[in-house]
Design a protein around this ligand. Structure first.
Ligand code: GLU
Length: 292
């Protein structure tokens, strides 16, 4: 397939772990199988969550697993102007509005009820910017490559935040602007982000951007059913080749790709060559969660 462009977009809140390896590996293999490009974007829009040096560790971990990306790394901390331009465009279209409400004020509602849509209630307070979801009022529908047809009602989505009160950009806006600017055709990522996709589709529609295809992957959880994370002490991916090799093999098994057993000790380049030649995402069992 020509024109395929995938990406891996980690938040550098800590080193990669087995769960992030699954997302990186699957998006890499999907791109390579299609003869496409695979880009790397570091999603460091929320500095307090991103300790110094974490992004460099991630780059080294990807290299240790042979997951070499194409082109320069895109850093979200450099992208202020692009996000601001998108917000301005939405505002000009009447699709974004400032909002002074605090979560405490609307806590009895399941989503923000849109009180500031017709004018900020308390203009002297700091404001966040939200997307108006009540104007188009069409359900958000798309076909996930693994989980099939997805349908979300805008009333259940509410008016998503685009820029926070502290001035930081919200993930939903940044990811949509960056996926479009990087020309991403295919998003492959964990199931925990499936329910973020409808906001991203709404935003793509509002901004007149192309809609990538989506493939969400079973999310790797620990024995207690929790997503692997720094908070629950998921071990960081190793850098030593003799530990990397069997772990890469384990990740291929977790993606239901049935690699031959003897491949488990082979160099990473060899494992990846086998895996990209044999990549069949439809083999992945479509379950939301998968034990480590
Ligand atoms: N930065 C997000 C994360 O690390 C992933 C974003 C995406 O793949 O869309 O969870």
């Amino acid at each position: 397939m020509t024109g395929y462009r995938g990406r891996f977009a980690p938040t550098p809140s800590g080193p990669l772990h087995f769960g992030s390896l699954i997302a990186a590996l699957a998006s890499f293999l999907d791109a390579r199988r299609a003869g496409g490009e695979w880009l790397l974007r570091i999603e460091d829009i929320d500095p307090p969550r991103c300790p110094a040096g974490a992004a460099d560790v991630i780059l080294r971990q990807l290299e240790a697993f042979g997951l070499h990306w194409d082109g320069p790394v895109l850093w979200q901390h450099d992208r202020d102007a692009a996000y601001a331009a998108a917000l301005e465009k939405l505002e000009a279209l009447g699709l974004a509005y400032p909002c002074s409400c605090s979560r405490k004020q609307w806590r009895e509602h399941s989503v923000y009820p849109g009180w500031c849509r017709e004018g900020v209630r308390e203009p002297e307070k700091p404001v966040a910017w939200r997307l108006r979801s009540d104007l188009g009022l069409r359900p958000v529908v798309w076909q996930d490559r693994l989980f099939g047809v997805q349908r979300f009602d805008p009333a259940d989505l509410g008016d998503v935040v685009l820029q926070r009160k502290d001035g930081l950009w919200a993930y939903q806006l940044a990811v949509v602007v960056d996926d479009a600017d990087q020309g991403i055709s295919d998003v492959v990522r964990g199931f925990d982000l499936l329910d973020n996709t409808p906001w991203q589709r709404q935003l793509q529609h509002a901004l007149g951007l192309p809609e990538p295809r989506y493939l969400h992957l079973p999310l790797i959880v620990n024995r207690d059913g929790q997503k692997l994370s720094k908070q629950n002490l998921a071990p960081a991916l190793p850098l030593e080749d003799h530990v990397v090799r069997p772990l890469l093999h384990r990740a291929l098994v977790a993606l239901d790709q049935t690699p031959p057993a003897e491949l488990g000790t082979a160099p990473v380049a060899e494992q990846l060559a086998w895996a990209s030649g044999n990549w069949e995402p439809q083999r992945i069992h479509a379950e939301a969660h998968r034990r480590e």
